[in-house]
Every structure is written in C-alpha cells, then in structure tokens.
Write a protein that binds this ligand. Structure first.
Ligand SMILES: [Zn+2]
Length: 190
C-alpha cells in the first residue's frame, strides 16, 4: 500500500487517511473504494454497492425469483444473479449477497478462473463459510461496513443496533457481528 494516495476522506474523522485504514481493512476493499470515489462520488453511506458493481466494475446485476441459491457469479458474462425472493424480503440481505459476489469477483477471479460460483444462503454472512466463501464474506463486511465509519456512527448513535443497520443498509444480525468483530459490542448486548 505504499502507493496509496494520501488524500483525506471527507467522511472519516478529521485527520484520518485511507492509509490509516489499510491495516485493518482488506486492502482490496480499500483500493476498490478509493477507485470508486475517485471517479464517481464522495464517500457516502450507505456504501453504493450497486453502483460499484455496475459503474465501476462493469458487471451486470439482475434478480431472478427462480434462482435456487442466494447469489451467483458468472464471470464469463460479467454477470451477477441475485435471488429475487430474498431481495424483496430483505434489502440488507440483498446488499450483502451482492457485496459477497463482488468479493468473489475481486479476490478470486483475477487468475483466469472461469467457472460460475453458486452461493447458498448458509454460506453468506459475516464470519461464516469456509475458505473462498469466508474470504468473500470478509470482503463484503469490510465493503459495506468500513471500520472507521462503523466506529464513527456507532459513537454517534450510542450503539443503537437498529439505527446502525439502517444507516449502513445491512441486516441487524450482520451489523451485530461486525460490531463484535470490531470489539465494539459490550457484553450485555452480545
Ligand atoms: Zn460465495
């Protein structure tokens, strides 16, 4: 990350730089957000995961009620399919699944891997899954809930879990696990 720009993020606490964040965040997420904000918009919440997928990465994102998994990445076609029924039930879940598929795309498809990736519901979530799924989940959690913004917002709303989930547009369970990961959740809330 020695080449990382030194610019400040207006959305971060004053004095914070993306460089400071790199140690605690998947550097590929940092690079992706950096690229996005250079070209499209200033840092904002919720993280614009659809725009990152479509405008920045050139992927097509569609939903299909007949999909028998939660998410599917077809790298050859630069296509992500999301489960339409799940998307309607929970926009937060839809965003996490999309971010998870972006994790596969960014982290695992740069080496010529071409076979489609099918992701079942039980493989998608903060801190779950094995190997490639876990990596995609970690990527998604970091992308949707960047540590410095979670810390700032958590302080601002006094750890109100539902308020935080709304702010980041994620599910309450996803927000809760993220707070646990960052050691922000007091024992009585766990
Ligand atoms: Zn997956």
């Amino acid at each position: 990350m020695t080449n990382a720009p030194k610019k400040s993020y207006p959305d971060l606490p004053s004095g914070s730089r993306i460089q400071d964040v790199a140690n605690s965040v998947d550097p590929r997420v940092t690079a992706l957000l950096e690229r996005y904000y250079e070209h499209f918009a200033s840092p904002e919440l919720p993280v614009p995961v659809d725009s990152i997928a479509v405008d920045l990465l050139g992927l097509t994102v569609d939903e299909d009620d007949a999909l028998d998994v939660s998410g599917m990445l077809v790298p050859d076609e630069h296509q992500i399919w999301l489960n339409g029924r799940e998307a309607r039930q929970s926009p937060g879940r839809r965003r996490f699944t999309l971010a998870h598929e972006l994790g596969h795309w960014v982290c695992q498809y740069t080496e010529g891997r071409v076979e489609p990736r099918y992701c079942r519901a039980e493989e998608i979530g903060v801190g779950v899954g094995r190997k490639l799924e876990r990596e995609a989940n970690m990527f998604a959690a970091h992308l949707l809930m960047p540590e410095p913004l979670v810390r700032r917002e958590a302080a601002a709303v006094k750890l109100n879990l539902h308020a935080l989930a709304r702010r980041f547009e994620v599910s309450v369970p996803a927000m809760k696990v993220r707070l646990q990961q960052l050691s922000l959740l007091p024992a009585y809330m766990q």
